[in-house]
Design a protein around this ligand. Structure first.
Ligand code: ADP
Ligand code: MG
Ligand code: ZN
Length: 573
């Protein structure tokens, strides 16, 4: 059944409660606040208890970040003679693997403290509790400031991001989770800091010793699931904590759906892939992925992804079109024979499910390719999404490109995919399906896609999304009526918020994130926008964007080269 394979993109607009539902009810709001305050107070007490030495040095005043893998607190301290300092205390979840923690710390100590890379002041440990003390950088919420930034500020933001990336890449650190919440920005002080090396990995020649260990462990793990020392995962699996991405992922809500929400994709390993010796595993490696979770991977894989031998060809395009649903159906496939694996399923076994929308029992037995997958789907490079094993610092440049795309289009998050294959389909809608398929081919992956979608002109796209370009004239008739406003944006009466989906969906048939109660704001008033330099975005900006969103990691621009790009000619290093 088609439904069994369709990846439902979660629709925040539909499922999230309206953000300001309680705004009218002051007492409820107060109650909520008090409740939260009490919770924070309790957490602070617990932290003092867990790591008592903190109380000698710090006065912890607030909680400023909470993820699945850490909580970050604001504290004041009188560390040296002089005024009190503000400190950020990152309390890592006790289930983190010691090597992972040590590697994060080493990234900060070796590469940090310069060039917009966060440094570290102290680290505290008691038993399995580790707290990293960093200088506190007060920062803006990306979403809050996105639409008030001047073009010049965007230029500076990107420049400073590349500066940080150049530095960490120089040390052979692949950050793997470059996104606005990990790049702190203080607009007033024009200060920037790349944070969060919790997912970082090393290049083959990394200067961060512990990242070498981290990486070799990952590879070992790919070869065997029975290693007693996994760097991440096993303990956390038992901890009952909700993995970071799991809460969005693998939803099976089939009901409320906008027309452009499904993608059908399969992934097959390329014959050129060198991963056979270490890279095939019955379960996807949990290493390096903080939403690590074998059960989540498996349920995901079995519902949406195939690793199968090409055995027959079915005209998936016509089948899908016959359903008259606006879906883009994509499969990433092995172009040849898959190596025999240690699993109970010989790779040579043929099956009938190739290019269909089912995953047969033979395929369910096949091993998954292991490749690092850490990060956030919407920021993942195509080579990460297609599980290429040889990933480089270029993946961070892709993520920087996605940030730049948000800044230029005024849309955040730009891509909101709950899983990799949807994310890949969304990339196709911007960069073109043929182009994406071609790039994947050079990496030994073949992608099957039900529909051809053209690459978009980046300037036109961004200007359209910003509301700088008239757009009603070019809509194909079948999408004109309901594009983007189906279901209606009940909480959002700003009609311009519908426009981006119109422009994207008309070309794509997949859903791209356009507006939701979590906060996408896309609409620029052309008037105010103009006054901030947005009427004169030079071609260089889109040229740089194009080079960042290069589907081929080998030719994608590096951080060092990006800093020298003509787009920054007026900014000095
Ligand atoms: P996680 O691994 O949980 O994402 P991060 O290191 O990204 O942890 O920190 C989470 C959040 O805490 C950040 O997005 C940021 O808002 C805040 N934060 C982290 N480090 C600092 C710092 N040095 N100064 C100010 N805020 C920080
Ligand atoms: Mg983070
Ligand atoms: Zn099969």
């Amino acid at each position: 059944m088609e439904a069994s394979l369709g990846i439902q993109t979660e629709e925040p607009m539909v499922f999230s409660p309206p953000r300001d539902r309680f705004r009218t009810d002051d007492s409820l709001k107060k109650h909520e606040q008090n409740f939260k305050l009490a919770g924070v107070k309790k957490d602070i007490e617990k932290l003092y208890e867990a790591v008592p030495q903190l109380s000698n040095l710090f006065k912890i005043t607030d909680k400023i970040g909470e993820g699945t893998f850490s909580s970050v607190y604001l504290a004041t301290a009188q560390l040296q003679v002089g005024p009190e300092e503000k400190i950020a205390l990152k309390h890592l979840i006790p289930t983190s693997h010691p090597v992972r923690i040590a590697a994060e710390l080493q990234c900060l100590t070796v590469a940090g403290g310069q060039d917009n890379v966060m440094g570290v002041k102290y680290c505290f440990r008691k038993n399995d509790h580790v707290v990293i003390a960093m200088p506190y950088l007060e920062h803006e919420s990306f979403l809050d400031i996105l639409n008030s930034l001047s073009f010049q500020e965007v230029r500076e933001y990107m420049f400073n991001l590349f500066k940080a990336l150049k530095r960490i890449h120089h040390f052979g650190i692949v950050h793997r989770d470059v996104k606005p919440s990990n790049f702190l920005y203080n607009r007033r002080l024009k200060k920037y800091a790349l944070v969060d090396f919790g997912l970082a990995q090393g290049t083959h020649d990394t200067k961060i010793e512990l990242l070498k260990f981290v990486q070799s462990k990952a590879q070992q793990e790919g070869g065997s699931q029975n290693k007693s020392h996994r760097i991440t995962g096993s303990k956390s699996l038992l901890s009952g904590s909700t993995p970071r991405v799991l809460d969005q992922q693998f939803t099976t809500k089939p009901s409320v759906k906008r027309p452009y929400t499904s993608a059908h994709i399969q992934v097959k390993q390329g014959k050129d892939g060198k991963e056979g010796s270490v890279g095939l595993s019955a379960q996807r490696s949990v290493f390096g992925e903080r939403n690590f979770n074998t059960h989540s991977s498996i349920s995901h894989e079995s519902s949406a992804v195939k690793l199968v031998k090409q055995s027959k060809t079915v005209d998936v395009i016509s089948r899908k079109l016959a359903t008259k649903k606006k879906t883009i159906s994509t499969k990433v496939l092995n172009s040849g024979v898959i190596k025999r694996t240690a699993s109970s399923c010989p790779a040579s076994l043929t099956c009938d499910c190739y290019a269909t929308d089912k995953v047969c029992s033979i395929c369910l037995l096949r091993r998954q390719q292991v490749a690092p997958r850490a990060g956030t789907p919407g920021f993942r490079a195509p080579e990460v999404l297609t599980k290429c094993p040889n990933q480089t610092t270029a993946i961070d440049m892709w993520s920087a490109g996605v940030i730049f795309l948000s800044l230029l289009s005024g849309r955040y998050p730009f891509y909101k995919a709950s899983d990799d294959l949807t994310a890949l389909a969304q990339i196709m809608t911007i960069r073109g399906s043929r182009e994406t398929i071609q790039a994947a081919k050079t990496l030994g992956k073949s992608i099957l896609c039900s529909k051809e979608v053209p690459a978009q002109d980046l300037r036109k796209l961004c200007e359209q999304l910003r509301g700088l370009e008239p757009q009603t004239d070019k809509l194909p008739s079948d999408t004109q009526g309901h594009a983007s406003c189906d279901p209606p944006l009940s909480e959002n009466t700003d009609h311009n918020a519908c426009l981006p989906q119109m422009s994207q969906a008309q070309l794509t048939g997949t859903s791209l994130q356009t507006g939701d109660s979590n906060g996408l704001r896309g609409h620029f008033d052309a008037h105010t926008t103009n006054s901030r330099g947005w009427d004169q975005v030079p071609d260089e900006a889109y040229d740089l964007l194009d080079k960042l969103l290069d589907l081929n990691p080998a030719s994608r621009i590096t951080a060092e080269a990006a800093l020298l790009h003509p787009f920054f000619k007026e900014i000095s290093l």
